[in-house]
Structures are given as C-alpha cells and as structure tokens.
Design a binder for this molecule. Structure first.
Ligand code: AMP
Length: 191
C-alpha cells in the first residue's frame, strides 16, 4: 500500500493536487473536510455536530473525526493506498492513524507539506469563497483563524512524521502543473 499525507495550510492547494495524484498513482483521496461538508449537506447528526466547529474555524473533536476517517478507510478495503488530505491534524489523530494502518501491516510512506505564503492563502480562499459557497471561505477573520489553528495545532503533525523521517516540504507557489511535478518527485523518492 502507498499512503501519503498531503499537508499544508487551508488554501495551499491540497484538494486540487490530491485529485491529480489520485489519478496518477491510483490511490483513494480522503479529505476529512469534504466528508464533513457531505454530512452537513445531508443534515446528518455528524454534520450538525461538525458545523458548530467548522463555522468558527475550529477543529472538530478528535473522536468524531477519527471515527469518520476509519469508516471511510474501511469502506475502501481494495484500495492500493490513500492520499490523506486535511487529516491527521492533531497528535491523537496521528497516533490513531498509525495504529489503525498497522493493524493491517501498513503505514504512512510520506508526509508532504505544501509551503504557501500567508497573504497568498488569504487571497486564494477569499476568491474560492466567491464561488464555493463555503461559509468558512468568505470571512477573512475565519480564514486567518484557520491559518492560526493550522500553525498552532497542526504543525505538530509535521514533527510527528519528521521523527519517523517521513516529512518533507514542497514549494506550493507556482502553477498547478509546477507544483504537481514537485509533489510527484517527492512521492517517487519515498515509495
Ligand atoms: P478543510 O476542508 O480541510 O480546510 O477543513 C475544513 C474544516 O473542517 C476545518 O476548518 C475543520 O473545522 C474541519 N476539519 C477537517 N478535517 C479535520 C480534522 N482532521 N480534524 C478536525 N477538524 C477537521
């Protein structure tokens, strides 16, 4: 199995790149943000719970997020591997993911972080908010809060996989194709 964590602040292009990587490497793309938005769209109890946190730019509690992630992995038993996008974001999520993959003899091959300038991120997200309908993309204060949350809580995830010699950073500025090429190089040297 090939398991990649695509990492980086909100608006760093993870979703766009994950779709391209999914196609090239035949992996299943799992975005916890997309899964939450799907649940919200269907007004499920999980969606209602997630919405409370997401609308403020806060992280959804670990037990909710981890349970949902495991269900999604379980539903893709035949997958060649996964691209995790937006997960893990906390140390308990890292530990849960490592242990869960280990149960079937697998592990994370690489964590690749996209490095993007903060002002560029705010610009990109506000632009996305004009068309995406995402409430958390339309408000600059919420966007800056999400970036701050990323730096404060999520940066520990980079450190967690750095200890396992699996973390690397790729320049996330440039065209979609340029960034894709850099990501492929990083993945090819790790699988
Ligand atoms: P994203 O689409 O990855 O930017 O995620 C949008 C929002 O969903 C985040 O701001 C969080 O509120 C929530 N979320 C997504 N993934 C996670 C996660 N792994 N842990 C906690 N909250 C998450």
């Amino acid at each position: 199995m090939i398991n990649i964590i695509l990492f980086g602040p909100p608006g760093s292009g993870k979703g766009t790149q994950a779709k391209k990587l999914e196609e090239k490497y035949g992996l299943v793309h799992i975005s916890t943000g997309d899964l939450f938005r799907y649940e919200i769209g269907n007004n499920t109890p999980l969606g209602l719970k997630a919405k409370e946190f997401m609308s403020k730019g806060h992280l959804v509690p670990d037990e909710v997020t981890i349970g949902m992630l495991k269900n999604k992995v379980d539903a893709n038993q035949d997958a060649k591997g996964f691209i995790f996008d937006g997960f893990p974001r906390t140390t308990p999520q890292c530990i849960a993911l490592d242990e869960y993959l280990k149960e079937s003899g697998d592990d994370i091959n690489a964590l690749i972080a996209l490095d993007v300038d903060e002002e560029e991120i705010v610009k990109r997200l506000l632009k996305r908010g004009e068309t995406s309908g995402r409430a958390d993309d339309s408000n600059e204060e919420v966007i800056r809060k999400r970036i701050a949350v990323y730096h404060k809580e999520t940066a520990v995830v980079y450190g967690h996989y750095e200890k396992q010699h699996k973390s690397s950073t790729v320049d996330g500025m440039g065209t979609i194709e340029e960034i894709f090429e850099r990501l492929c190089k990083a993945i090819d040297s790790n699988i």
